[in-house]
Design a protein around this ligand. Structure first.
Ligand code: ATP
Length: 204
């Protein structure tokens, strides 16, 4: 994927959701319609779509199926992205049950935990494995991505361990600021910040 900004990725993902659900039955869609539905500028929508190499048809707009597919290709939805979840608590197990991940190529292979009462059990059809086995599995399957759903007090220690054995991308659902080497990318999924931003926009 050629480098595009996170803001563009965010908007393209939203366009894709519109095409996949809201405009499912339509053959064509105009950029102005997408702009209206998402409260964006029409020219910005057209610029984003041009990045996907799709051309609109005069008066009718874009072919929905073609635009949807082009966004999928641009964002690499069909590329398989193998992931481990570390922390098989309520959040980790909720994520393993989120069926839509598959549509985006996100393949959660297993959950890891250090609680002996959970190890060996299955959740969402995936095995809960002892964290001690992480290094071996990372080297065998060459996993680079983890979803981190351990409690805050364990987050840094588990991160250091995972990074030591080769993890390079961490989707961090814990409310902790993780220290990692430059070669490692952390994306913080801060649900509190999202809620505060929502409240803030209501006050405008
Ligand atoms: P539950 O009460 O079922 O454990 P929870 O979501 O309230 O669920 P948390 O305390 O948030 O649990 O912990 C999330 C998960 O992380 C738990 O399954 C816990 O056993 C696991 N966990 C805690 N510390 C570690 C660690 N150092 N390594 C791996 N897993 C851990």
């Amino acid at each position: 994927m050629t480098a595009i900004s996170n803001k563009v990725i965010n908007r393209l993902t939203l366009y894709h959701c519109l095409l996949k659900y809201t405009c499912k039955g339509n053959s064509f869609i105009a950029s102005s319609k997408i702009a209206d539905l998402l409260d964006l500028d029409d020219s910005l929508v057209r610029k984003d779509i041009a990045l996907c190499g799709v051309l609109g048809h005069k008066k009718q707009g874009y072919v929905v199926a073609e635009l949807k597919k082009s966004i999928e290709q641009k964002l690499g939805f069909s590329d398989r992205k193998e992931v481990f979840i570390i922390g098989a608590g309520r959040l980790g197990t909720a994520l393993i049950h989120y069926a839509d991940f598959k549509d985006y190529g996100i393949d959660i292979l297993a959950l890891f935990d250090n609680n002996p009462n959970k190890i060996g059990k299955e959740e969402g059809g995936k095995r809960i494995i002892s964290l001690e086995k992480l290094p071996n599995l990372i080297s065998r399957i060459n996993i680079k991505n983890i979803i981190l759903t351990v409690p805050p007090y364990a987050a840094q220690e588990v991160t250091d361990y995972a990074v030591k054995y080769g993890v390079r991308f961490i989707w961090n659902f814990t409310p902790t600021v993780l220290k990692v080497p430059k070669s490692v990318t952390v994306y913080n999924e801060n649900v509190i910040s999202s809620f505060m931003q929502m409240q803030n926009s209501k006050n405008k």
